[in-house]
Design a protein around this ligand. Structure first.
Ligand code: ADP
Ligand code: MG
Length: 272
């Protein structure tokens, strides 16, 4: 019998993926209806860890609604969402975020008048200085937290080459810088699965490749990403697998190259 000195210590069970390939998120028969509109209809999907999964499809396909249902900002009409082995279907968004399931949000308009650094601090959870109790207990109580969060924010700013913008108002940022701030705000929550809805939209073409570089670097450090994006050449570069939605349903998944070979998918979306 051959002796494998560097064999995987855990024996895989036939038919099951190896433990490190167990899906981080499993959506089971998820639907979301709006008064008769079947925005998402019976979508089942596994998100594998350590990858960028692409989610593409025409406008109105249900991609944003599906991400919102996964994040818990919209309740599902039916179906279940398992994150890291736990059924989170009934949990509100902030409790899913605490478990590491986090989506980006477009910068709310009132945050335009905060600086970049303040935006990052406001995104962080458990900032006790923001609570009534923290305010009553005084600065000594939460100063340690604040210092830690400022440090965490500055590490992100450095990484995204935004340190020089720290004290600028968010309203003064370019489209691309706003997208980066949205991603940094989500990263302040230390996600394990980051849900990105069109992180390259409204971004100058010269910056699109930078955003892809940042996403790939995060992926290479172990962050799992599910990304809706219309920039198909970037999806092709970054994402595997790619999932195609149309009219609320998943109509195919695989590598972008494989999807391009499927006539019905090309007809539904990949024309041109
Ligand atoms: P995508 O992100 O793929 O463009 P959406 O998830 O935004 O698609 O929308 C899917 C469908 O659900 C569309 O028909 C849209 O009009 C509808 N829809 C989305 N949000 C709402 C809502 N809050 N109320 C009613 N209909 C909605
Ligand atoms: Mg959308």
């Amino acid at each position: 019998m051959p002796v494998e000195t560097d064999a995987d210590p855990v024996t895989p069970i036939a038919g099951l993926p190896a433990p490190d390939q167990r899906p981080l998120l499993v959506a089971q028969h998820v639907s979301r209806h709006f008064e008769g509109v079947h925005a998402v209809e019976d979508v089942s999907l596994d998100v594998l860890p350590g990858r960028i999964t692409g989610l593409i499809g025409p406008n109105g396909a249900g991609k944003s609604t599906f991400l919102a249902v996964l994040a818990g900002t919209l309740p599902a009409s039916s179906g279940s969402i398992i994150f890291d082995g736990h059924d989170v279907t009934a949990l509100p968004a902030f409790r899913r975020a605490r478990r590491g399931l986090v989506r980006t949000f477009q910068l709310p308009s009132e945050f335009a008048q905060l600086t970049v650094l303040e935006n990052l601090l406001a995104a962080a959870p458990d900032n006790r200085g923001d609570t009534l109790r923290g305010a009553l207990l005084g600065k000594r109580y939460w100063k340690g937290d604040e210092d830690r969060l400022v440090e965490q924010a500055r590490i992100l700013l450095d990484r995204f080459r935004m340190s020089a913008k720290e004290s600028d108002y968010a309203s003064s940022l370019s489209g691309g810088q706003k997208r980066l701030l949205e991603i940094m705000r989500a990263l302040m929550l230390q996600p394990r699965l980051l849900l990105l809805d069109e992180p390259m939209s409204g971004v100058h073409p010269s910056i699109i490749g930078d955003i892809a570089d940042y996403c790939e670097a995060l992926r290479d450090e172990g962050l799992t990403i599910l990304m809706v994006e219309h920039e198909l050449h970037m999806i092709e570069r970054m994402a595997n697998p790619v999932v195609v939605m149309a009219q609320g349903s998943v109509i195919g998944q695989g590598t972008m190259a494989a999807l391009r070979q499927q006539r019905e998918i090309v007809d539904a979306y990949l024309v041109g």
